[in-house]
Design a protein around this ligand. Sequence first.
Ligand code: FES
Length: 512
Amino acid sequence: MNVDFKGDRVISNTNDDQSLLELALENGIPHIHECYGSARCSTCRVRVLEGAANLSAPSEAEKRIAALKGWPENIRLACQARPSGDVVVKRLVLDEEDIQLAWSEVSRLRSGVEKEIVVFFLDVAKFTSFTERNLPYDVIHIMNRFFNRLGDIVLANQGYIDKFIGDSIMALFGIEDQSIDAACLDALVAASAMNRELESFNVYLREQFDHEFDIRIGISAGPVILGSLGHRDNAHYTAIGDAVNTASRLEHANKKVQSRVLITDRIYQLTRDQIQIGRTFHARLRGISHAQPIYEFLDVNNELRSARMKSAETGSVENPAARRAALTRDLPVNLPAWETDNDHTEIGFEIDYLTTSVRGIFRAHLVDIRYDETRPQETALNAIIKTSSIDTFVSARDNHLRSADFFDCEFFPDMTFRSSGVTTVSNDEFVLKGDLTIRDTSRSVELQVRRFPALADAWGVYKQGIIAETEIDRYDFGISFNLPLQADRLAIGRTVRIKLILQITPAAPAAD
Ligand code: FES
């Protein structure tokens, strides 16, 4: 039997137990195989030019990936296909650029599809006057704080944050498997929650800055094209279509009619029994030729709100209120609450790889600390870290780290740390003991903590610096993926060195 890797070489007298990938690698062909043959990355794909019937049938994993990408039958995964007769194939992933594209295509968000979804535009009003009256540091700090809270609400309601544009947010609802009716309700529940968040945030803003924000929201539904767009190093999952323009124009129209949330007729018709509306308009939105009914959304009805609150109480991991409540549950109430200043906080790690190491950070985390500088021995700290926010500065590697070989983010979206006690070492050093949970496996760990003298920054905001370090054996948490090397060596170390650099500041009042 001959296996012809067109453009590489012909391999004769092959053993029919071997996959195309194994044959290629054994014979010195540099066949790319980013997931090491586990049918996840698709980088080993080949085009079958002749002899398709001489290849084994696709495995279930291969069928899944082919369906996701909409491949024709002559595209096969070399790691899954085993030849039993003559075959001619051509490798399709040849360089780093191809690898990155392949990984981005196997994201759970389908690229290049048309779907009816809900598009949500929010703009922060009275923002310009805030920037004029305050220092740049405060502007960025406050906006990030507000955006974090609004973004949490999008995520809690099954939304996707498409982008932040200046003082605006664009979000999408219904891009995965929800029906359009459910997506409309998710978006309206989010708008209602943002209204309440605004009231709470304004209490803080009035106290600290003698200012208030307002928000304007436009929500539309309609068919859009979804996909990853942009440069390969900066591609971004987004939506293109009239519904995007309509939502943006509705957001603008709020200003003219002095409303806060405007929705289209399609949204209204799909949710009319479950929402309260105010005024109705017939208007021609800028860029749209015909007049259409537009509704002022006031709130969701009480039954829907209480049903959502009930589900929040059951503790869905994506619900920020439930997450915060779960995080705070066993922290001491007699100590002041602190939160991280995320511009100056880093949750990082380092692991040996071959002759050097790989370092990375987790960008999304929620940390609640109870701390009194006169009683450091009573310090308590709970944290939730979003596993998918891992960033090792190489996107193909990050995608592999998010896969089932490592964090399996789809099934284990969070890691948690929950402290259980402190042992004092010196005035500025102590050991914080607690349970670290990764992939639903909990192990006791000890964080070596150093604290630095507290200071008020240039704007009078009180800050405390803390560095906490520990080491864990990743195999203890079921993360044992590795790459065998010569002489029984392994490419990736077992020990992960974790370092938390935290700048903490007294917590703002919580949202109701
Ligand atoms: S090596 Fe075949 S799918 Fe990854």
